[in-house]
Design a protein around this ligand. Sequence first.
Ligand SMILES: [Zn+2]
Length: 311
Amino acid sequence: MSTRPHRLPLVPLGRAVLDRAAERRADLDDLGELLADPDTRVLEVVDSHCPVLDTQEGPRLQLRAGRPGDSARLPVFLGVDDERHAVVALVGVMSEVVTPAVETPDAAPWRTLREVGEHLPDAEVALMTTALALHHWHGTHGHCPRCGHPTVPARGGWVRRCERDGSEHHPRTDPAVIMAVVDDADRLLLARNVGWPQGRFSVLAGFVEPGETLAQAVEREVLEEVGVRVTDVQHVGDQPWPFPNSLMFGHTARALGADLTLQEDEIAEAMWVARDDVPRLVEQGIWIPTRSRLSISTHLMEHWYGGPLLP
Ligand SMILES: [Zn+2]
């Protein structure tokens, strides 16, 4: 069958390299002392943006020393850098702050992970990906799911604890599957979600449901969305996707038939694409494959195509 390598090449957010030094979290209910240490490096997060400098080598996160008042900004202990210095993200929203108005350290522009994630060094992509996921989690889990009482951060920001019943709550990650489905003629299945603009087709994706394996989620999603049964589901790569808190599991799968029956409230259009037709489809604007190489979908499509889909 295929001569393609089984695994995807490293996808951008899957390059993350971070020593989380998780054993230190137990002593870090309060990060005040750590923030006062002049060796500690601080990464600010405001409204899903971080300060990023444009350098000749590409974008680089701008970290700074701790400052008075940082403790009030909800510090999270991300881990330690190459020199064993603690790295702390400030993930709480600053009051009365709108992103463009707040001054960044050394006037670095505020950038999103979507803008810079592909070009950050491996260690920095880890810091920003992790910080954003925790930023969102803290911002949306302020109350105890058991009793509704407010929760407070603990253990370096990796736990929220209910002060009424003592229950502890951990950052949430939602698994999702994304799959390159091919038919017996090695054509790739592409679909356009309702709500996407004309020409934007991608591979199918969906969240894993409770009680499912990854492969079962792939089989169910493809059947639900386009009415196709698949087999030979293979996991080929994954990456965190903190928009806001997913983990994307990339798969390939083989269709058992080519007839498409669309789930109308989800899928506006779907089509099988032959490799030889790709240049024409792209040139005519029938398929606008991607503008970003950050998503694993791009890598799945290029893995099938055997080369870049856009110059
Ligand atoms: Zn509670």
